[in-house]
Design a protein around this ligand. Structure first.
Ligand SMILES: [Zn+2]
Length: 431
C-alpha cells in the first residue's frame, strides 16, 4: 500500500515530467551558463549606468563594465558581507547606492542591521522551490512567516501563489490559532520553520487531536532554520508529512531548494552562486567547502557577489530528479567557525555529522602543526569500539571533510578533555 508520501512523490514525478519540456530547470548546462552570463553582462552595464555605488566599486578596481561579462570575471569584484552592506546603507541611505534611482519600488523591506531592500521580483521568487516540493493548485498552504516589515511573509506568499496554491497568511499567530486554521480550512501544506511546526503539532496533541488522522496537512516546506535529521524523521514517519527545504537570504532572495531526491539543494535559475575561499574570495574546487557567494540577476538592486557567511560545497553529479543545475550540499555552518587545513576548510558541523554515524562514540578533531604542516588528529572515545571503527571512520572522514586524517586514536571514556568542542584549532600554540 502506498504511504501518503509515496503518493505525493508520484504526483510530483508527473509534474516534473511536464516541466521537462519547457522548464529552465532541465536545460543543458551550457545553455544555462550562456543565459546567466548574458544576463550578468546586462546587469553589469545597467548597474554601472544607474547605481553610483557600482561605478565606485568598478573605479576602485580599475574596471570597466566590459570587463565583467561571464561568471568567471566576477572574481575581479569584491565579495560584500552583510556587515559591509549595512555600513554602506548607513553611509548612503536607504540603499547604499546599489539601487537604481529612476524607478519606484513596489515595496521596501527591512531586516535587522538594519538593511533596507527593495522588493526584487514580482512573484517568481521561491516558486521553483515550492513547485519542487509538490505544491500546486488545490493546496491550501499555511504561511507561518511574518508579514510585518520583513520580506519573508509576502515573498513566500507570492511564490506560493505563482504555483497556484491558496495561501493562509497566518504569520506569527499563536499555535492555538494555527491549529484552528489547519482544521477549519483543510490546510494541506505548511511553510515556516521546523521548530514552529513542531510547536503547532504539540499544541494540537495537547488539545487531544491526532495530527495525522484528524488533519490533511501532508507537506511542509522549510526555510530560515536548519532541519535536523531527527526532526525530519519524526515529521515524515510519525506524522506522514513530506518535508522539503529551501535556502535563501533577504538581500538576494531564493538561492537553492531541495528536489524530491532530497540529496542537496538545486541552485535557482536567477542567481549566480560561487563557492569561494572566504579569505581570498577566489573560487574553491567543486566539492570543496567554502563561502556561498551570490549575485541575483535583476534590474533594480545591483548587489554583486553578496557573501552570505554560510559554508557549503557544490555537488555537480547528475540528480535523479532530472534537474540539471548543480546542488548545494546543505549548510555546513558559518564562515567564522571554519578551520582551514592544508588549504581546505573543515567546519564543526561536518564533525557533528560524522559523530551521528557512530552512536555512543565521542569524537574530537585537533589541528596542530607538525614540521610546518597541518596535522589532523582524531580522538575516538569509546568503551568497547567495534574492530573496524578506524577504517570506517577514516573513509567517512575523508568523504565528508575532503581532508584525510593523519592520525586516529581510540581512547577510553573520559579522555576527551573538552567534549563540547568537536573541532579544536591548536596551531597558534605550536607556533
Ligand atoms: Zn534533484
Amino acid at each position: 500500500m502506498n504511504s501518503p508520501i509515496a503518493g505525493d512523490r508520484e504526483a510530483r514525478e508527473i509534474i516534473m515530467r511536464k516541466e521537462t519540456a519547457a522548464g529552465r530547470e532541465f536545460r543543458a548546462e551550457k545553455d544555462r551558463k550562456d543565459d546567466l552570463d548574458k544576463r550578468l553582462s546586462r546587469m553589469v552595464r545597467l548597474g554601472y549606468r544607474k547605481a553610483p555605488r557600482v561605478r565606485e566599486i568598478f573605479r576602485d578596481r580599475k574596471l570597466k563594465p566590459g570587463d565583467i561579462e561571464r561568471r568567471e570575471d566576477l572574481s575581479r569584484l569584491p565579495v560584500l558581507s552583510r556587515e559591509q552592506v549595512v555600513a554602506m546603507e548607513k553611509e548612503r541611505p536607504p540603499f547604499g547606492g546599489f539601487a537604481r534611482e529612476d524607478r519606484s519600488f513596489q515595496r521596501i523591506f527591512t531586516s535587522p542591521g538594519p538593511v533596507y531592500e527593495p522588493h526584487l521580483d514580482e512573484g517568481g521568487l521561491w516558486a521553483a522551490g515550492y513547485r519542487a516540493a509538490g505544491i500546486g493548485k488545490g493546496d491550501v498552504v499555511l504561511n507561518a512567516f511574518s508579514y510585518h516589515m520583513v520580506a519573508a511573509g509576502l515573498t513566500f506568499h507570492e511564490g506560493l501563489r505563482a504555483c497556484g496554491a491558496t495561501v493562509v497568511p497566518s504569520g506569527a499567530s499563536s499555535t492555538e490559532l494555527q491549529v484552528q486554521l489547519i482544521r477549519d480550512l483543510g490546510v494541506t501544506a505548511y511553510t515556516g520553520t521546523p521548530s514552529f511546526l513542531m510547536a503547532i503539532i504539540s499544541k494540537a496533541e495537547e488539545n487531544g487531536r491526532d495530527f495525522k488522522k484528524d488533519f490533511r496537512l501532508r507537506k511542509a516546506v522549510f526555510v530560515a532554520e536548519p532541519l535536523r535529521p531527527a526532526v525530519r524523521e519524526t515529521l515524515e514517519k510519525k506524522y506522514g508529512i513530506d518535508t522539503c527545504q529551501m535556502y535563501g537570504a533577504t538581500e538576494v532572495g531564493d538561492i537553492a531548494y531541495e528536489c524530491p531526491a532530497k540529496k542537496g539543494w538545486h541552485l535557482g535559475e536567477d542567481v549566480i552562486v560561487e563557492i569561494v575561499d572566504p579569505y581570498s574570495g577566489t573560487a574553491v574546487e567543486t566539492g570543496r567547502l567554502g563561502e556561498v557567494v551570490v549575485t541575483r540577476l535583476n534590474d533594480l538592486f545591483f548587489l554583486f557577489r553578496f557573501g552570505t557567511g554560510d559554508l557549503s560545497s557544490l555537488i555537480d553529479t547528475p540528480c535523479s530528479c532530472g534537474r540539471t543545475s548543480p546542488r548545494l550540499a546543505g549548510i555546513a555552518g558559518r564562515v567564522g567557525e571554519a578551520v582551514k587545513v592544508r588549504g581546505l576548510f573543515i567546519a564543526p558541523s561536518q564533525i557533528a555529522l560524522l559523530k551521528e554515524r557512530f552512536p555512543g562514540v565521542g569524537v574530537q578533531v585537533e589541528i596542530t602543526l607538525r614540521n610546518n604542516r597541518d596535522h589532523v588528529r582524531v580522538t575516538l572515545e569509546a568503551e568497547s569500539p567495534p574492530a573496524d571503527i578506524m577504517g570506517r571512520f577514516q573513509a567517512l572522514f575523508t568523504g565528508i571533510c575532503t581532508v584525510r586524517a593523519d592520525e586516529i586514536r581510540i581512547a577510553g571514556p573520559g579522555s576527551i578533555r573538552n567534549p563540547g568542542k568537536l573541532l579544536l584549532d591548536l596551531r597558534e600554540w605550536n607556533g
